[in-house]
Design a binder for this molecule. Structure first.
Ligand code: NAP
Length: 311
């Protein structure tokens, strides 16, 4: 059940897109703060946020939004976090907790930590929840329900600040795990970053083909391709920043993936059906484990019942 008591007096959201707006909705639903202040880069986003009402006050600078806040959550692309931190650092309240939702953690720590005053607790976070949609209208309160949120606190953060942020994410509906930033970046390189890279790549390959028309690619996409297109429709700015900032771990996983792909290529070339069958059987087990862990449903057609319902 969602918590119904404020965990922080004032929460400041910097960046009001999918993740920022979803946090705003969930905080309001659970009454987790007395006040939510918000800032986004464009006037358009600020106006939409104001109209939807997932923040209580909207500000035209990050510093004005962050002033006096007990929890500051940066929900902007990773590449923007350093300049945002430099701007807000002078106005941060003593004892406040600074966090973020960035999809990589070592680079975020390198960008933020050097600029923070000593009396601010820094507890980086990454909710493993999201979608290919972006912007202030795409958020919803249930986004974090039954998902994981990883915390990678820096050494200087107080235990109390880590525990309070853990309580906050649990109140948003998530389970919480604490790990090192380095380990986070390796885990996410294989579970999220590499799959996005493969999706971007396969969609690009399909659009460059000469002997299969674009209309055929779209018409027959239910054969598997459309599932890659959903992932490849993710925000280009966010994903550019992910690959630029988690280079090392992504290149390591990409190396392993390339080797495995070459082995598959060899199995096909030499008609090694046993090798193919064994690998596909192991993959099916992984899918079953994900369903058993409650991270997806076993509804047919990847849960797209709505398509046949419409027909
Ligand atoms: P989004 O929907 O595109 O929203 C990004 C927000 O950041 C927008 O409000 C944008 O403002 C604002 N912004 C961009 N540059 C800024 C700057 N320099 N200063 C202040 N605000 C700025 O993106 P999102 O999906 O919410 O992603 C936000 C963060 O969450 C990223 O760090 C991403 O790695 C992380 N994340 C994303 C997912 C996912 O699936 N999408 C999942 C987990 C974590 P304007 O609207 O005015 O441009």
């Amino acid at each position: 059940m969602p918590n119904t008591k404020p965990i922080y007096d004032t929460i400041c959201l910097i960046g009001l897109g999918l993740i920022g707006s979803s946090i705003g909705h969930a905080v309001k639903r659970g009454g987790l703060a007395k006040h939510i202040s918000g800032y986004a880069r464009s006037e358009e986003t600020r106006q939409i946020a104001k109209k939807i009402g997932f923040v209580d006050s909207i500000h035209d600078s990050a510093a004005s939004a962050a002033q006096g806040a007990d929890l500051i959550i940066i929900c902007a692309p990773v590449g923007a976090m350093e300049s945002i931190t430099k701007e807000i650092a002078p106005v941060l309240k003593a004892g406040a907790t600074m966090t973020d939702v960035g999809s990589v953690k070592q680079a975020v720590i390198a960008a933020i930590e050097p600029h923070l005053p000593d009396n601010v607790n820094f507890v980086p976070a990454h909710p493993i929840a999201g979608s290919e949609k972006s912007g202030p209208e795409s958020g919803f309160a249930e986004l974090f329900q039954d998902r994981w949120c990883i915390l990678t606190p820096v050494e200087s953060a107080s235990i109390e600040s880590v525990e309070l942020l853990e309580k906050f994410w649990k109140a948003l509906g998530s389970s919480v795990e604490v790990m090192s930033a380095k380990h986070h970046d390796s885990v996410l390189a294989i579970t999220s970053h590499l799959p996005h890279l493969i999706a971007y790549s396969i969609v690009s390959t399909a659009s460059d083909l000469e002997d299969v028309t674009q209309s055929e690619v779209i018409k027959f996409s239910a054969g598997g391709f459309r599932d890659f297109t959903r992932i490849a429709a993710s925000d280009p700015t966010m994903w550019r920043d992910v690959f630029l900032t988690n280079k090392e771990a992504v290149l390591e996983m990409l190396g392993r993936f390339s080797e495995d792909l070459s082995a598959l290529q060899r199995s096909i070339r030499w008609s090694d059906g046993d090798a193919l069958f064994d690998l596909f059987t192991r993959s099916k087990e992984t899918r079953n484990n994900i369903i058993e862990a409650g991270q997806d449903t076993d509804a047919p057609d990847f849960g797209r019942g709505h398509i046949s319902e419409k027909e």
